[in-house]
Design a protein around this ligand. Structure first.
Ligand SMILES: [Zn+2]
Length: 251
């Protein structure tokens, strides 16, 4: 290849790259203005259109007074828990199950804003004058955190606390024991594996009486319960667990 041909080839490659980048941004812009569920045009802030928003399978918070533990089926499905209230948006159903897996394993960080804004809105509707002293999030073990690159519960908690203007301490809780898969384990095994799995980096302070603990999903309640036990040992009086989804274990 002589110099001229080589130059032409470089220019051609640059042009191809440029058009590919332009096409990518064009597509990205289109995606941002489309509803994540139906594809109709939507505002960038909400990710979904008002029709799909109204159609989400959310819990009827008013019937249970904003606390899933008031619902006998949930209360009986979560035996021996140490937290006092449970606030979740939706059962683990579509589209939340797909969203949560995209959020957790495919880095769709923009979903944190959607979850946080839905949670904040529903929380304010059902708990207009609740005093919460501090928000914490369920931590990941450092090895899992490094592997994934982020903690999904932290991302939700960060935005949720900003919306509700409540103090949040993202690094107060630490997970010191690695979690093994809880699938197929009995309640006793789960509690045994989780015993002393968490610690506090520093004392929370005597004024912290009501803590809100954020996670993406609650299933057996063992993780949230173990953390609640620790918090109560440290002087916290009330723990409210807040999650995007609830999925009860099958018995
Ligand atoms: Zn839609």
């Amino acid at each position: 290849m002589d110099d001229n041909n080589e130059m032409a080839s470089v220019k051609h490659t640059e042009k191809t790259w440029l058009s590919q980048i332009q096409a990518y941004y064009h597509q990205a812009l289109l995606t941002l203005s489309q509803c994540d569920l139906c594809g109709n045009s939507s505002s960038q802030q909400t990710l979904i259109c008002s029709t799909c928003l109204a159609d989400l399978p959310l819990f009827k918070q008013k019937i249970i007074q904003g606390d899933l533990l008031n619902w006998p089926a949930v209360n009986q499905g979560l035996p021996r828990i140490h937290f006092d209230h449970l606030f979740s948006l939706s059962p683990y159903l579509a589209p939340f199950n797909h969203w949560l897996s995209q959020f957790k394993y495919q880095g769709r960080f923009e979903l944190a804003s959607l979850f946080a804004s839905l949670l904040a809105k529903k929380w304010q509707e059902t708990h207009p004058i609740q005093s919460v002293d501090l928000i914490l999030s369920v931590p990941l073990h450092i090895s899992k955190w490094q592997q994934r690159g982020y903690n999904q519960a932290h991302l939700i908690a960060q935005q949720f606390s900003l919306l509700l203007q409540l103090p949040y301490q993202g690094s107060a809780l630490i997970r010191i024991k690695k979690n093994t898969s809880q699938v197929g384990q009995t309640g006793v095994q789960r509690r045994h594996n989780l015993a002393n799995a968490f610690t506090l980096r520093h004392a929370l302070g005597e004024e912290i009486k009501h803590v809100m603990l954020i996670d993406d999903v609650i299933t057996t309640g063992s993780t949230a319960s173990e953390i609640s036990k620790l918090l109560k040992h440290e002087g916290v009086e009330k723990v409210t667990v807040v999650t995007v989804c609830l999925t009860l274990p099958k018995h």
